[in-house]
Design a protein around this ligand. Structure first.
Ligand code: FNR
Length: 368
């Protein structure tokens, strides 16, 4: 008899680990410092209890939603992650095909290893472009222009990485981006240090220090806004204070995220920060997206119930990509969406507006 295909998202993790070399595996799985925030992201979901309602007609459960004006078949999307050719030779083009097949949003990283235009040519669903604030503003301006021309529908500025987190696995491995794979949307001269392997140091940390402007503040957002008509989304917000500032400075949406535990070790679990942010800006009509530790449709359901409009998957998409290219990405997103629809049915919430706070209890976490 044939081996059954993946039944849960973690099955893709096992498949990916078997295929990847140890350094790439560590780069994907690892986090900052003691990795306690990586762990906290997962543990938070174990504190969720669902509150099912019964005798509701769940003969059709609708996972469809709308985000910044675009309809989406599923609220589960792809978080921006760098260098997909580390996982599969087709890189981000395979990711775009997989996301499109699932009807999912795909947020492309500025460190994509395929060009923005190649990715857009294969995409069947909406694309957003994630940016870091580069020291060289003319490079940033050029990317914004290209993204607009290629049909990307929003800019996602990641605001939790003025420096790279201290990722000990990568430092120990002297991890560098291998020759032959590169951030092709940026000038090779700007990327050189990301390829220089040095024992005891992460080349990505060296490169970030060189390329990313750590002096940027709220006041600088006006510069980005003035350069583009596209909606601006801020990724990496964890407090009510910053959520309010984001809206005051014209953010069109927010992503509650701790960067998968890869930046500030000791930051709260994303799930623990979610309700605080939603309460701060929900009334202002600012959509809140969520990422960090989502590994099933039930996890997605919990984040949606706590007020997220969409959830993004980081590592799981990379597992799918490594396991089986575009089909693996579509498989991971499809599984999460199927499980979400199933959870909606058994919880008696057949459409996303009914997936509200009354559907969950999140028990307080232990101090980390
Ligand atoms: C990331 N993440 C990330 N974020 C970002 O804004 N730009 C980027 O280029 C990257 N690159 C990246 C690479 C890898 C290998 C990982 C695992 C993560 C963070 C990502 O967008 C997201 O916030 C987290 O991955 C979400 O957590 P989970 O789903 O991985 O638990």
């Amino acid at each position: 008899t044939a081996t059954p295909g993946p039944l849960r998202i973690e099955d893709y993790q096992d498949l990916a680990q078997r295929r990847l070399d140890d350094q790439v595996w560590d780069f994907v799985e690892g986090g900052a410092g003691t990795e306690r925030t990586v762990d906290a992201n997962r543990c938070a979901f174990a504190r969720v209890t669902l509150r099912p309602r019964v005798l509701v007609d769940v003969s059709a459960c609708d996972t469809g939603t709308e985000l910044l004006g675009a309809p989406l078949a599923t609220p589960v999307g792809v978080a921006p992650t760098a260098y997909h050719r580390l996982l599969h030779p087709d890189g981000e083009v395979a990711t775009a095909l997989g996301a499109g097949a699932a009807g999912a949003l795909y947020v492309v990283s500025v460190f994509a290893s395929r060009t923005l235009e190649e990715i857009a040519a294969e995409a069947a669903g909406p694309l957003w472009l994630q940016l870091y604030w580069l020291r060289r503003r003319e490079v940033l301006a050029g990317l914004v222009e290209r993204a607009t021309a290629a049909g990307y529908r929003a800019l996602v500025l990641t605001v939790d990485a003025p420096q790279l987190g201290r990722r000990h696995r990568d430092a120990r491995n002297g991890f560098a981006v291998p020759a032959g794979i590169s951030a092709v949307n940026l000038d090779p001269a700007l990327m050189a240090s990301a390829h220089r392997s040095d024992a005891g140091r992460s080349a990505l940390a060296v490169h970030t220090a060189e390329a990313v402007d750590p002096s940027v503040t709220w006041a600088d957002l006006a510069w980005l806004r003035a350069r583009s008509e596209l909606p601006v989304v801020l990724k990496g917000i964890l407090t009510a204070e910053d959520a309010v500032l984001a809206v005051q400075h014209g953010a069109d949406a927010i992503v509650v995220s701790n960067h998968g535990g890869r930046q500030l070790d000791g930051a709260p679990a994303s799930l623990d920060a979610l309700a605080e942010v939603v309460d701060a800006v929900g009334a202002a009509g600012c959509p809140v997206l969520f990422d960090g530790g989502v590994r099933s449709g039930a996890d997605a359901f919990a984040a949606l119930a706590l007020g997220a409009r969409a959830v993004l998957l980081g590592r799981p998409v990379l597992w799918g990509l490594a396991a089986d290219g575009a089909a693996g990405v579509a498989g991971v997103l499809g599984l999460a969406t199927e499980e979400l629809a199933h959870t909606m049915a058994l919880a008696g919430r057949p459409a996303l507006p009914a997936v509200d706070r009354s559907a969950v209890v999140l028990a307080p976490g232990p101090a980390q």
